[in-house]
Design a protein around this ligand. Structure first.
Ligand code: FAD
Length: 319
């Protein structure tokens, strides 16, 4: 079922969805199932599975030379989506990237998803490959998420890359895109970023999932700004609890988000890691409570295998 249909069906009740990442190459899928099972009691409308592109590694070779190797450390996004749908009968949503994909690769990827009965995709640009400063698209690939959305929308109308493929199968993907309440790290300012977000919607995206944030006021302002420029699709807030001291610097750096003073001060006063985790979970539960009171259709958690933590947060928020 499409995300938009899940929202309509819930008739105003807030639902909880989750995002997981594929296991490292060499591990099996059981860890994924184990990280979903504790969350089933919340009847998630969908589970997102992230996509991880190739990375370059330099390994010592013979003759004192270094060999550049291309590795994908977390393959399996499509297989995991299919396994989740078949085992749990829950919609699984693969993330799909511009980075590392030619348009031809993208088309073939989408055809696989269509054949597997996947109804939703989240269309993203992806980040620069490790060791590169800027994102570089493939020479025959999509440069921005908006272009990827256009390609998926084209396929939804039966328009394939080969113009000779007339009257072809039309896919029916519901397309989600990323939004950034505190702006994307490369955007010159929030208004410019919002203009490009609107472009993704105009090209056919049906909902937005936000980057994680710790200050609900920033999310509510973002929603207001989106509505003011004519973005009417559902905006799903994305949350992740802070659980360790080093995240005080890692989170702002990696996700371009501010951590509120009150949260930082509490964390700095904590005596040990367990206390920090409790503080982070309580903060995330308060954020959840407020988002439920604000009638959010869905609250999305970057659960990333930490099912027990997320379970405690939702339980605390819904007491
Ligand atoms: P875009 O929407 O293309 O925007 C990228 C930048 O370009 C922004 O600064 C925007 O303002 C600017 N821009 C957009 N259009 C134009 C234009 N026409 N001209 C000039 N500038 C423009 N990464 C992964 O590798 N795998 C994942 O599974 C994954 N999942 C994610 C899920 C969510 C909910 C979020 C929020 C992020 C996720 N990411 C993932 C990270 C994401 O790939 C990065 O944040 C990436 O840098 C931007 O992706 P985007 O789709 O927002 O890009």
């Amino acid at each position: 079922m499409k995300v938009t249909e899940h929202i309509q069906k819930a008739k105003g009740k807030t639902q909880f969805s989750f995002e997981i990442l594929p296991p490292l190459k060499g591990q099996n899928i059981q860890a994924i199932f184990d990280s979903i099972e504790p969350l089933l009691e919340f009847e998630p409308p969908f589970i997102d599975v992230t996509y991880h592109r190739e990375e370059y590694e330099y390994k010592a070779a013979s003759n004192d030379l270094w060999e550049k190797r291309v590795v994908r450390k977390r393959p399996g996004t499509v297989g995991i989506c299919s396994a989740i749908q078949s085992k749990f009968k829950i919609d699984a949503i693969p993330h799909i990237l511009c980075g590392g994909f030619s348009k031809e690769d993208t088309e073939n990827f989408l055809i696989d998803l269509d054949f597997l009965g996947i109804d939703n995709v989240v269309a993203l640009r992806g980040d620069a490959v490790k060791n590169e400063t800027y994102f570089k698209a493939e020479s025959k690939g999509n440069k921005y998420a908006s272009e990827l959305v256009t390609q998926i929308s084209d396929l939804n109308r039966g328009k394939y890359l080969d113009p000779e493929l007339e009257n072809s199968n039309q896919t029916n993907f519901c397309i989600g895109v990323a939004g950034y309440p505190e702006k994307h790290m490369e955007a010159p300012n929030l208004d410019t970023d919002l203009k490009y977000l609107k472009q993704k919607i105009d090209q056919g995206a049906s909902y937005i999932i936000t980057q994680l944030f710790f200050d609900n006021a920033k999310f509510f302002e973002f929603v207001e700004k989106c509505r003011a420029i004519g973005i009417t699709v559902p905006i799903i807030p994305g949350l992740k609890p802070l659980v360790s001291l080093n995240q005080l610097s890692i989170i702002p750096q990696r996700f371009n988000v501010d951590l509120p003073d009150a949260l930082v001060n509490e964390v700095l006063k904590a005596k040990n890691n367990q206390e920090i985790k409790e503080i982070g979970m309580a903060w995330c539960a308060e954020q959840t409570k407020e988002l439920i009171q604000a009638d959010m259709p869905i609250v999305h958690y970057y659960s990333m295998g930490k099912a027990d933590t997320i379970k405690k947060i939702i339980t605390q928020a819904t007491l």
